[in-house]
Design a protein around this ligand. Structure first.
Ligand code: HEC
Ligand code: HEC
Ligand code: HEC
Ligand code: HEC
Length: 160
């Protein structure tokens, strides 16, 4: 047979060999070599242990309610009711034992990450009311005028 038949065949064989070599480096050792459920599934058995090692950091709002009930009730009546407390105050796993108190972040950045106006509509994020951080009262903390727990615009004066 002529080389114009062999050549593409060699190329094809070469590609298959290349894939086998690359695969042996990329696919973890514990993939597809275990009992039923792992042999043909897309899950590594070793991944179970990895997830068990992940330490939980967050407690959710229901936990805060035990001690900060007023805060929870107040925020639930405001447009910020859908934001978990720990989104702004950080993880509270063993609070109040350790840490005894949580972070209170007064920076403009805390608010800007959700409220900087996006000019290209994308996800639901662009539906959140937006301001231009450069022109909207620059230099002043947002919480000087807006109550973070009750940011209703019709009641701009802080009310607890
Ligand atoms: C078992 C009771 C308890 C629970 C539950 C609890 N806290 Fe606290 N929290 C405290 C105590 C006690 C303090 C320290 C005294 C204080 O500042 O009120 C504190 C302080 C804070 C502070 C700082 C207050 C300040 O004025 O400096 C924040 C913020 C806070 N907690 C947020 C939370 C959040 C968010 C949750 C839920 C994830 C939560 N806490 C759950 C008891 C609790
Ligand atoms: C959008 C961000 C945000 C969310 C969500 C939020 N906080 Fe706050 N929180 C703040 C900021 C900012 C301050 C500081 C306010 C100030 O000093 O004017 C604060 C202050 C506090 C304080 C101490 C000062 C005070 O006002 O008594 C406590 C306690 C607290 N938050 C608890 C909570 C709890 C509990 C939740 C959930 C129910 C929550 N926060 C949700 C941003 C937030
Ligand atoms: C000096 C007071 C003051 C400060 C500081 C301030 N604001 Fe405002 N903000 C206002 C007033 C007044 C309005 C309502 C009138 C308007 O839209 O300008 C408003 C409106 C808004 C709105 C609604 C915009 C709309 O189109 O409906 C958002 C969101 C907002 N502010 C977020 C922020 C954030 C985030 C910060 C900090 C980066 C901040 N503000 C700092 C006074 C303030
Ligand atoms: C995790 C995202 C997130 C963070 C952080 C956040 N906000 Fe909001 N904010 C929202 C959502 C969602 C709404 C409700 C939808 C809307 O009104 O655009 C809202 C609404 C508002 C409104 C309009 C209230 C009304 O009457 O419609 C103001 C003002 C506001 N936030 C100020 C702040 C300030 C000040 C901070 C920082 C302390 C802050 N936000 C932090 C998500 C966030």
């Amino acid at each position: 047979m002529k080389s114009h038949v062999w050549r593409p065949l060699f190329v094809a064989i070469g590609l298959v060999l290349l894939i086998i070599v690359v695969r042996s480096f990329l696919v973890p050792d514990d993939f597809g070599v275990w009992e039923r459920g792992y042999m043909y599934g897309l899950h590594r058995k070793g991944n179970e242990a990895e997830w068990k090692k992940v330490t939980v950091k967050y407690r959710t709002k229901a936990y805060c309610k035990e001690c900060h009930a007023e805060k929870v009730e107040s925020i639930d009546r405001s447009p910020h009711g859908i934001i978990p407390c720990e989104n702004c105050h950080g993880p509270a796993m063993n609070h109040p034992e350790d840490p005894p108190t949580l972070t209170i972040d007064h920076s403009r950045e805390l608010c800007i990450r959700c409220h900087a106006k996006l000019f290209t509509p994308s996800s639901g994020r662009s539906k959140i009311r937006g301001i231009d951080p450069v022109t909207h009262n620059p230099g002043a903390e947002c919480s000087l005028c807006h109550d973070p727990h009750h940011p209703n615009l019709e009641a701009l004066k802080r009310h607890e």
